[in-house]
Design a protein around this ligand. Structure first.
Ligand code: C5P
Length: 408
């Protein structure tokens, strides 16, 4: 798949640059041709000699170098490739890309290129979370620039940890392969996905929850991102890792999930796969509840907001396609069809979660997709296969709709 492909790799100045040497080696092992641009700061972390030894080409560094320009010229450098990869993508280089600065070879090439671009951000967690970086990221994403990572974990700075570690070489390689595989039917579209359970506090240490793992919702977010959509995944507490390519908002309660979902509007697609708790404790105790001789406390419940229903009724901001899930243990299709009408969504993906089905927490799913036209029953498949098939159906639906073909 990588054989014969030409990758232009821009190496910016971060400690993660050392991992990029491994990416170069693996790309070449798989038959890709790799040409590297080193920024001035990048050259402080890896040497032009190691980059050129591994890539088998000179390391390009200087916009005003007579030899570089005579050799290939920065415009050709920007175009003579199948994919531009920026790794590590530092906060500084992302900012330059977002505003279109072109004051060195790397930024000029990134401004001049007409090839797809993949970035692998790497920076301190505070820099990553800074609204300036997030705004730059949103700008780049809206322009179709894809990203892999960053991951959460320990930083090179002693005692620092959080989101900002560059993805591992194997993950970057997989993202390069996926990007080159092309076929991005949802490119330019925005999607919101809810996933996982919610936790509704009883007191500071106890909560009401359910058995949802988040596997299906996370797989859908990953598949949507893979198909080129700009994805905001709103995840309740889940052990699932953040899917590559999605912006993930971590929440605990239904009310937080709703706030994050409406803040992510407008969007083209919404998929509500979260198992939102129907009720919360009306007034959670601010201190831990104690056993008393008066017997157990009675919990007064209040109804949670319905996120799916709210998104389905969001007026001019309503996503073009709203998909809900219905986990049922009996009369699955009948109940799900009624739920579609009640919630006002376009499709309902119904799954049988009776204990015998093994769906909850398991890797497989057995679903029926219900829309205005009827019911489509899918064979038992892994949750990622279900996600991929659902995303293909979403792509087909939106494509037909944009061509004016009537669809349910
Ligand atoms: O009503 P029920 O929980 O069975 O509906 C399931 C669907 O509604 C799922 O798509 C779920 O994500 C969504 N839902 C929601 N907010 C709620 C309850 C359910 O978005 N408060």
């Amino acid at each position: 798949m990588l054989s014969g492909k030409r990758i232009l790799l821009v190496i910016a100045g971060g400690i993660a640059a050392y991992k990029v040497l491994e990416v170069v080696r693996r790309l070449r092992d798989r038959g890709a041709a790799v040409r590297c641009i080193l920024t001035r700061a990048g050259a402080e972390f890896v040497t032009p000699l190691s980059v050129s030894a591994l890539s088998g080409e000179k390391a390009y560094q200087d916009l005003f170098s007579l030899t570089d320009e005579a050799d290939i010229g920065h415009i050709r450098l920007a175009r003579d490739c199948d994919l531009v990869v920026v790794a590590p993508a530092t906060a500084d280089l992302m900012a330059k890309m977002a505003v279109g600065l072109a004051d060195d070879l790397a930024s000029s090439v990134l401004l001049a290129t007409d090839r797809p671009v993949l970035i692998a951000p790497a920076m301190n967690p505070h820099m990553w979370r800074n609204p300036a970086t997030q705004a730059n990221l949103a700008t780049l994403t809206a322009r179709g620039i894809r990203r892999i990572g960053p991951n959460a974990g320990a930083m090179a700075e002693r005692g620092e940890a959080g989101e900002g570690r560059m993805s591992e070489p194997a993950e970057i390689l997989a993202a390069i392969e996926a990007r080159l595989a092309g076929g991005e039917p949802l490119s330019g579209m925005k999607a919101i996905v809810t996933s996982g359970p919610t936790h509704e506090p009883i007191d500071p240490v106890r909560y009401i929850a359910n058995r949802s793992s988040g596997k299906q919702g996370h797989a859908i977010a990953a598949a949507l991102a893979e198909a080129g959509a700009a994805v905001t995944l709103i995840s309740g507490p889940s052990r699932e890792p953040d899917p590559p390519g999605a912006r993930v908002v971590h929440v605990e309660t239904a009310r937080e999930m709703l706030a994050a979902a409406t803040a992510a509007l407008p969007a083209d697609i919404a998929v509500c796969a979260a198992a939102v708790a129907d009720w919360r404790v009306a007034s959670a105790a601010s201190e831990k509840l104690k056993k008393t001789s008066g017997g157990p406390p009675s919990l007064v419940l209040a109804e949670n907001p319905d996120i799916l229903m709210t998104l389905s009724a969001s007026g001019s901001k309503r996503p073009r396609l709203v998909v809900g899930f219905a986990a049922e243990t009996e009369r699955v299709i009948e109940q799900a069809a009624a739920k579609r009408l009640k919630k006002g969504c376009d499709w309902i993906v119904a799954n049988d979660v009776s204990p015998a089905s093994g769906v909850f927490g398991g890797d497989a799913n057995l679903v029926h997709v219900i829309d205005a036209a009827g019911v489509e029953s899918w064979p038992r498949a892994s949750k990622s296969e279900v996600a991929e098939r659902l995303v293909r159906r979403i792509g087909d639906h939106l494509l037909q709709r944009s061509k004016g073909i009537p669809v349910p």
